[in-house]
Design a protein around this ligand. Sequence first.
Ligand code: SF4
Length: 360
Amino acid sequence: MGGCMTKEPVTSLNPVWHQFSDGLYVKLAQEKLIKLACEALKKAGSKAAVERTTGWGRHQVARVLNGKQVSLRISNLKSLLSYLHKNPMNIKYLPITCRTALSQSRLPGLRYSLNPYLGCEHGCIYCYSRSIFRDRQLALNWGKFVKAKQNIQEVLTQELKRKPKGTIGLSTVTDPYQPLESKLQLTRKCLEILSAHDFPVSIQTKSNLVLRDVDLIEPGKFDVGVTITTMDEDLTSKIEPRSPRPDARTQVLEEFASRGVETWLFLGPIIPEVNDCKESLEQVVEVAKKTGSKLMYDKLNLRRWVLESIAPFIEGERPGLVEQLPALLNLKSGWWLEISSMVKTLCAGQSVRCEPAFPT
Ligand code: SF4
């Protein structure tokens, strides 16, 4: 055990892209690459737009990042095309109304959960939020629909007046900064309301869109956690198909740490034979070290529908492993004891504070 997947060779094309809910925007600096990408995207039947680096988005990028560019990288044209093929952008968006905003949380350290969206476009194949559904089709469709709680601000405002104080987790079942948020800004509106109240807020995301809200996320009241399962972009695109790349997530930790906001890194899920080798774990621990973030780690959680969701990927990459997963993922399995001990040792070696995400 402890073997990571092999990396595919990369070429020298380096497009920079941004994904928003209404499409994929590729930004390329050179005319030649723009032409290449346009042809490739057309061939792939994609409606994505290709733009020059100058112009689009530059002002916004400069404003939120104080001069540093927010960029997500796809290392080559092949990865870009593979991304587009897997992500035809046919996500269903639905506005809904909610009756409650803050729900009781059973997660360690949190009193409440606040989820402005139901469903998550990031579509991670291991996501166990799908287990909330009894219906198999709905569960396996996770990642293809997003319901936006359009009245969440009003409900939250009322609830904050009467609920006892306690830490709010934003979000716990979905990513609060998934692509639709760039348009609807429900998370931002919630943060504006929360800024005026005395409830600590713990944000967890995989997206650098959170950097848009640096003006609201102040040290002391807020902490920001970012999930990084691997620093391997190619693997990320396979298991977290519509999530921002790992280097963009690292930028989030760097930026908030530099502003004095408490940051933490969630290393998980650790999946046998996928992202559990020493080199991979080391790279993530290095990010925690570099950004002064606490590291929390967890293994793959096989709640309802998860095995079925992840099985085609595992079977394609590691034939025969699917059947072994339930035993390997037992809390007392030799694999998990070995991996958790390795994470702790790596963290101790780098003086990174470290703990299991779900202490037993
Ligand atoms: S970002 Fe989080 S909530 Fe969204 S699909 Fe991935 S694991 Fe699930």
